[in-house]
Ligand binder design. Structure first.
Ligand SMILES: [Zn+2]
Length: 352
C-alpha cells in the first residue's frame, strides 16, 4: 500500500487511500516518514480541496484536546482517555473511528465512504490472520494458521483459541500492513507474512528448476483439492502437483504436503475454524521445511465453499498470507471464491 503511495509521479488511487485508511485505523503504527508521506499524498489528491484539513496524526499525538490519558487503563486501541470537562471516558478506538470519518470525507463519495468510515472491528477483519507460533526444541518454528468460518471475527477466534489452551496465538493484523517490511512483502491486494527475519519463507528447489510441491490428498471426495491444486499450478515460480494419498511421496527432493479432512468438531482448536495449515520453518525462518493441511467437515458447506477453503490453505502452504480482496480465495475467511487472484500469482512469482 505505501509503495503505491510513495510513487511520486502518480496520484494515489482511491483504492490506495482506502487501503491506507484501513491500515491506519487497524494499526495506527505509522513511522514518521510514512505519516508525512501519507498526509502529503492525501493533500495532493484531486478530491482534496485547498481547504482540505485531512491530517494524519502522529501516533503519540492522538490524545483528543481537553482529555487526559488514563495510564494503565488499556493499551493500543483500548487505551482510555477521560474528558477533563465532562469526566466521560473514550477509547483510542473511538478516537480513530472519528478521525477516519474526517479523512473519509475527502475521499470521493462512491469510492467507499462506507469502507473509510467502517468501524475498527470491521476493518480489522479485512487483514487479520490468526496464527499460533511455537519454537520447537530443535530450534525450528511451527506456525499454524486458522481459517475462520463465515461470520467469525479473527479477534474473537484468537481469544477463543487462547482460552482453549492453544499456545502462542497472535492476531497478525493491519498494523503489520503499514510497516516498511510488510509493504515490501505485498503486491496489490495480496500479502505474505513477514517472519522474524524475512518477508517470505521459501520451499527449497532441491535441484529442480522450481520447487516441487506434491499435495497428497487424504480428504474425501467432497473437497475439490485436485482442482484447487491445478489452479495454483498456473503460477510460474513453483509447481503444484496433485496426488492421491496412497500414491505416496515420489521422491525425497520434492515436498509432500498431506491434506487431511475429518469432522474435527467445533470446540477447542476447531471452534469457529473451517481449515488449518501447519507449517514448519527452519530456525532462521527462511525456509519452510514441512506442512500439512486439515479441512474441517464439521461446518459443512457448499462445493464452492469447500473449494475456497482448499484453495486458501494451499495458498498458505505456498507462503501467502491473506488477500484483502474477496476476489481471491486468500480472503481471510471462508467465501465461495474458488480461485486466487492475479496478485497472489504475481506475489509468488516475485519470490520464486
Ligand atoms: Zn488464512
Amino acid at each position: 500500500m505505501l509503495q503505491h503511495l510513495a510513487t511520486p509521479d502518480s496520484p494515489p488511487s482511491p483504492d490506495d487511500l482506502i487501503e491506507a485508511l484501513r491500515a491506519l485505523l487497524a494499526g495506527y503504527l505509522l513511522t514518521e516518514d510514512e505519516r508525512q508521506n501519507l498526509q502529503q499524498r492525501l493533500r495532493a489528491h484531486p478530491a482534496c480541496s485547498a481547504a482540505c484539513t485531512a491530517r494524519v496524526p502522529q501516533r503519540r499525538k492522538l490524545l483528543p484536546a481537553g482529555h487526559q490519558r488514563r495510564p494503565g487503563r488499556g493499551v493500543g486501541r483500548r487505551e482510555r482517555f477521560r474528558c477533563l470537562r465532562t469526566g466521560e471516558e473514550t477509547t483510542m478506538r473511538n478516537r480513530l473511528a472519528a478521525l477516519v470519518v474526517v479523512i473519509g470525507a475527502v475521499v470521493p463519495i462512491g469510492l467507499g465512504v462506507g469502507t473509510a468510515g467502517a468501524a475498527p472491528g470491521e476493518s480489522e477483519q479485512v487483514t487479520a490472520s490468526v496464527m499460533s507460533t511455537q519454537r520447537n526444541a530443535d530450534g525450528t518454528v511451527t506456525q499454524t494458521t486458522y481459517t475462520p468460518a463465515e461470520g467469525v471475527r479473527p479477534a474473537d477466534l484468537a481469544r477463543k483459541l487462547t482460552a482453549n489452551g492453544v499456545q502462542g496465538v497472535a492476531l497478525v493484523n493491519g498494523a503489520g500492513d503499514v510497516s516498511a517490511q510488510v509493504a515490501a512483502c505485498s503486491y496489490g491486494t495480496a500479502r505474505t507474512w513477514p517472519t522474524g527475519t524475512t518477508c517470505f519463507s521459501r520451499w527449497s528447489y532441491n535441484g529442480w528448476a522450481r520447487p516441487q510441491m506434491y499435495f497428497r490428498d487424504r480428504s474425501n471426495s467432497l473437497w475439490p483439492v485436485g482442482r484447487a491444486v491445478t489452479k495454483w499450478n498456473e503460477t510460474s515460480g513453483i509447481d503444484s502437483h496433485y496426488r492421491t494419498f496412497s500414491a505416496g511421496c515420489p521422491s525425497s527432493t520434492v515436498h509432500c504436503v498431506i491434506v487431511y479432512n475429518a469432522a474435527y468438531g467445533k470446540t477447542g482448536e476447531w471452534d469457529g475454524v473451517v481449515g488449518m495449515t501447519k507449517r514448519t520453518l527452519n530456525a532462521a525462518q527462511t525456509y519452510t521445511t514441512g506442512a500439512y493441511i486439515a479441512l474441517n467437515e464439521s461446518y459443512g458447506g457448499t462445493e464452492a465453499q469447500r473449494w475456497n477453503t482448499a484453495c486458501h490453505e494451499i495458498g498458505h502452504v505456498l507462503g501467502l498470507d491473506h488477500n484483502t480482496s474477496t476476489a481471491s480465495c486468500m480472503y481471510y475467511s471462508r467465501t465461495s471464491q474458488r480461485y486466487p487472484n492475479a496478485n497472489d500469482f504475481t506475489l509468488l512469482e516475485t519470490y520464486y
